[in-house]
Design a protein around this ligand. Structure first.
Ligand SMILES: [Zn+2]
Length: 523
């Protein structure tokens, strides 16, 4: 098994994504996690460009990394300046990393129109800068910016820039698809030409602008690249960089190329979620390999087949990457979906009951419910059909008053009467709207018996109009997301009456919390 070296640039290229801003502490946390996972190189940032990146390198010196080498990133010396007089090169040395990644120009168009220097001066800039850092015992990775575009425009010159880096002593020469427009077969053919002409190790750095970031990386590896640059979750400028969370399992599971220790691969999903969390971005359910939907089965026929043989509708065993198979219960479900879901919830459901649940779900979905994004409501549906089921509370009635009064403005009040065990609780509460008032009144009714409900918080409330052609007589669907500590669950309600739809989702949310120990009495 040949080894492919992984170079993560989440902390530099990744932070160029619109909407990401990582603090110094965030960067340290991510670096430690990448190291524990088995990434070989972590690019910490551009020390010459901003004080936060310089601060990262200072902090990184005291990190106890087991596997990864930290790399500082910067460009080749300025034109007509000696490397020792170049501030950017000095900042790279001041970063005190073992590895320095230098980016230089490949494309004659950039040399002429952007750098505005002679082609020869650009070659000297590359060679001098690499050699200067090699003399200071750095491992030097040379990133050839716009390599593929440069190669297509002027092959001889593009190769000459790589030779300059090689003669300077670069350890790895990385071919960058900076604009992300290349296609896999072009990348494979061009990398093959380069690997024949150079003796230095060749690497690949791609962006996803044509939707081929991962494919281009794999194509380069097929043609002999041994060093792969990318980011976690494909974060990066514009549409992003090549996603290491897809590249790593593809290399390891499908191309027999070792990159990280086999036993670490099952931490991939967790790593992907961790980085999303630190970056404060939602984790996309539809990420390949690591998304919550990556191994989710919805159609009844698929589920029935997967239950017989997991390989029938899955490209890999999801546990290899730390993910898991999921069954989705919806109107497309069959009995298998329900049985599998019941098992996941730890409920004992037989085939007759499962059939009944399928019938109920189909009926409720025809009325506007949607269970696939409301698994807590599915859990309750299954529990309520159990012969010995005892609900933690039962609704007797509720009222909601909403109005407007001069001087007071608009107001909302709700009363709730529920049975909790042998007690009847009758409460009233105000809110900033009818649903908020209903939520407050229900909590008030339950809080004596279940004090831990105080920790349960409504996190999101979504309303969708289902048949808009009926105007104000349309059905609405309400989805509520609820949180308690690190747990989060979703419930659904539907009706032509928005208050009733909201009540159903709200009551399900509280019932689920109580039944699943999310809010244990006296916790
Ligand atoms: Zn890049």
């Amino acid at each position: 098994m040949s080894t492919i070296y992984l170079y993560d640039t989440t902390l530099r290229d990744g932070t160029q994504r619109e909407g990401i801003s990582l603090s110094l502490e965030d960067k340290i946390k991510i670096a430690e996690r990448l190291d524990a996972f088995g990434i070989h190189y972590i690019e910490g940032g551009w020390p010459g460009s901003n004080p936060k990146d310089a601060g990262f390198f200072e902090a990184a010196r005291s990190l106890n990394l087991k596997c990864a080498k930290v790399a500082a990133f910067g460009s080749t010396r300025r034109k007509h300046t000696a490397p020792e007089d170049d501030q950017n090169i000095q900042a790279l040395i001041d970063a005190e990393t073992r590895v320095v990644t230098l980016v230089g120009k490949t494309w004659d168009l950039h040399v002429r129109d952007v750098l505005e220097c002679s082609p020869e001066e650009n070659l000297a800039m590359i060679q001098d800068s690499v050699a200067f850092l090699k003399q200071r015992s750095k491992e030097v990775i040379y990133d050839a910016e716009h390599f593929f575009d440069g190669f297509k425009a002027n092959q001889d010159y593009a190769i000459a820039t790589l030779r300059a880096a090689e003669e300077g002593g670069a350890d790895v020469i990385v071919l960058c698809d900076t604009n992300g427009g290349s296609l896999p077969w072009e990348v494979e053919a061009i990398v093959a030409v380069v690997t024949q002409q150079l003796s230095a190790a060749v690497g690949i750095h791609t962006h996803n602008d044509s939707g081929c970031g991962v494919a281009n990386t794999l194509a380069a590896v097929r043609a002999g690249a041994v060093h792969v640059q990318g980011t976690i979750n494909g974060y990066g400028e514009r549409v992003g960089n090549a996603d290491l969370c897809s590249i790593i399992p593809n290399l390891q599971l499908k191309m027999a190329m070792g990159s990280i220790p086999d036993e670490h691969l099952s931490q991939l999903t967790e790593l992907s979620r961790f980085v999303a969390e630190v970056a404060n971005l939602p984790h996309d359910d539809h990420y390949p390999y690591v998304g919550a939907s990556a191994f989710a089965h919805k159609g009844g026929i698929h589920v029935a087949a997967v239950l017989k043989n997991e390989d029938s509708y899955q490209h890999i065993d999801p546990t290899l990457v730390g993910n898991h198979r999921r069954t989705i219960v919806s109107e497309l479900a069959g009995r298998g979906n329900v049985l599998d879901k019941a098992q996941e919830f730890g409920l004992d459901v037989d085939r007759v009951l499962a059939r009944e649940v399928v019938t109920q779900i189909k009926h409720l979905e025809s009325r506007g419910f949607a269970f696939e994004s409301a698994e807590a409501s599915v859990d309750l549906l299954l529990r309520r059909l159990q012969p010995d089921y005892q609900a933690p509370f039962e609704l007797i009635d509720y009222t909601v008053i909403e109005g407007y009064r001069e001087r007071r403005g608009s107001f909302a009040e709700a009363t709730v009467k529920v049975r909790v065990g042998s007690q009847i609780e009758h409460t009233a509460a105000e809110g900033n709207g009818p649903v908020n008032a209903l939520d407050a009144a229900l909590r008030k009714a339950l809080i004596n018996a279940y004090p831990a409900l105080a920790d349960v918080r409504l996190a999101d409330y979504k309303v969708r109009i289902l048949d808009s052609e009926n105007g104000t007589g349309a059905s609405v669907r309400v989805l509520i997301d609820t949180e308690a500590g690190a747990q989060r669950w979703s419930t659904v309600g539907a009706s032509t009456d928005i208050i009733e739809a909201s009540w159903r989702a709200l009551a399900d949310s509280m019932e689920y919390a109580l039944l699943n120990g999310v809010a244990e009495p006296g916790r």
